[in-house]
Each structure stands twice: as C-alpha cells, then as structure tokens.
Design a protein around this ligand. Structure first.
Ligand SMILES: [Fe+2]
Ligand SMILES: [Fe+2]
Length: 298
C-alpha cells in the first residue's frame, strides 16, 4: 500500500502527496486522492496475476471469476459480444473459460473491470475510454506483425492510459481544464498535466498498476507509451506506442490536437522488422475500430 500523506503542495492542501514506490524516477510525487483510489477489481487482479507460463488450471480460473456472479455475468456477456467476436454463443462461464483460454479471459475480465471503474464518468471520461478501447482494438490487430499475442496486446493497450482515467476520477476539478484544451502534441499534454497536478498520466498510471500489483509489463507500458518510438523497445511496447499514435491519427484521440500524424506517416520504415505492407489499410482499421467500439456504446 502507498505511504500516507507526508506533505502538501504549495497552498493546495487538496493536492497533498505521498511518496511513490520505486518508479524509475525518484523525484515524483503522487497526489493523495490517487493513492486513495480503490483497486480496479480484485477478480481482474487475480486473473491478471495468473501466468500463462504455469500449467494454467482453467477450473481455478473459472472459480475465480465465478466468485462474483455479477462480474461473471458481465464476462459472459462481453465474451459473446461482437467486441470479442467469438462465432458461437456461450451460455455457461465454465464453457467460455474452457473455449477462450487464459489470455482471452484476461482481456475480457480487464475490459469488464475498466467499464465498472469508469461508470458514471462524464464526456471526458468517455473520450479517454474510447481512445483506450480503440488503442486495444488496433493493438490486437497489428500484434501478429510483431509476433506477439493479440490478447496480450489488447489487455496491455486497454490499460495504457489508466493513469489519466485515475487522475480524472480522483481530481475532476483540476484535470478537466487541461484535458479539455487543444494541444500541439502529446508531450504538451503531459506538461499541462504536470502543471495542473504535479504528475503526468504516464507516471500516475505506472504507480497505479504497480500499487495494484499488476504484472511489471503494465508498469512499463503506462510509464513509457508516450516516449519516442525506439527499435530496441520490447515488441509489446512498440505495439502499444504505435497503437496509441494510430488511434489518435484515426480520430480516436483522448484529448484534442491541432494536428496529428497521418496513419501513413506512422507506418514503420521499410527496412525495419515490421513492413508497412503488413499493416491494415487506414479505412479497414477505422471501420473495424468503429464496429467493435459500438459494443461499448450499447
Ligand atoms: Fe497516454
Ligand atoms: Fe494513448
């Protein structure tokens, strides 16, 4: 658990801070209301902590999800939706778990948990959530080009902006003005977030997922998804960085930009491992995202 309040920032007692756990920087403060945010969801946490490297016990996985009947019902509903696109209808959770397997159930469980986490949010929350979901759909789509699992890419991508959602949920009054403005680029948004609340959503998200005991890859994704693209990044981080930028270019940005890179400009150079011709067309990708996003609007 985070340490308790140790100081206040300037004349803003509502922005009292706590010391973060060991993120990669040591000069960061975490706003106290973020520290008090409840964990995403204990069932999603347990599912995420199950490792595919172990011989996964699907009976145990089903038992974990079934412990909360409402959560289990949502998992089943979403697993059957066009968002996840399984061709035949599954009526029993244990059947869904057996058919879909661990990585797919992780993706569905995290989506269910995120929707509950965001319920009751206003238009800004909805916009950030749409960006996160679009990023997840794109990440799943382009993941084979980087030789990684679509479900892994989806699950990481849907969490990549959890810091922004957490900050908005904890500090709606402070975060609404900076997230409603128009920016030249994502770096300018990070600067505005730091000016408003002393921390940007990358650091806040990394801190949150670390505090919630998510696997370490989530910490890296949250903390570094706005860093410049780098060929030495892990394949997963490359996919998330690219998907986040592609979501912006396709019109699913979390905040408003004066201009954003075109989809074509985001495609990797020909000499890299991922070839531009392997990526879906801009039109097909946008149509796919819109179709699958419609599930969230129902
Ligand atoms: Fe972000
Ligand atoms: Fe993003």
């Amino acid at each position: 658990m985070p340490e308790k309040v140790i100081s206040t920032i300037d004349s803003r007692p509502d922005l009292a801070v706590a010391t973060p756990p060991d993120l990669h920087t040591d000069s960061v403060t975490i706003p106290v209301k973020l520290c008090n945010l409840p964990p995403l969801n204990s069932i999603a946490n347990q599912v995420l902590s199950m490792s595919a490297d172990e011989d996964v016990d699907l009976q145990r996985l089903a038992s974990i999800v079934e412990a909360d009947p409402a959560f289990a019902a949502e998992v089943l509903l979403l697993a059957n939706s066009s968002l996840f696109g399984f061709p035949s209808r599954m009526h029993v959770l244990r059947h869904a778990v057996a058919v879909l397997g661990l990585d797919r159930i992780k993706a569905v469980a995290v989506t269910v948990a995120m929707r509950a986490f965001l319920s009751g949010g206003g238009p800004l929350v909805r916009q950030i959530w749409r960006h996160s979901a679009a990023c997840a759909i794109i990440a799943e789509e382009i993941s084979p080009i980087f030789d990684i699992s679509g479900d892994r890419a989806y699950t990481s991508a849907i969490m990549h902006d959890i810091g922004r959602l957490g900050l908005l949920k904890s500090y709606p009054r402070e975060m609404t003005p900076p997230l409603s403005a128009e920016y030249a680029d994502p770096t300018a948004v990070l600067v505005a977030e730091r000016a408003a609340i002393n921390v940007d959503h990358g650091t806040a998200g990394a801190w949150l997922v670390k505090t919630w005991a998510f696997p370490p890859t989530f910490v890296e994704i949250c903390e570094h998804h706005h860093d410049p693209l780098h060929p030495h990044d892990s394949a997963l981080l490359q996919v998330i960085k690219l998907s986040c930028r592609m979501a912006d270019s396709l019109g699913f940005s979390a905040v408003r930009y004066k201009t954003s890179a075109s989809y074509r400009d985001l495609l990797p150079a020909r000499e890299t491992h991922a070839k531009p011709e392997e990526f879906p067309s801009e039109e097909n990708l946008r149509a796919n995202v819109e179709t699958r996003l419609a599930v969230f609007e129902q």
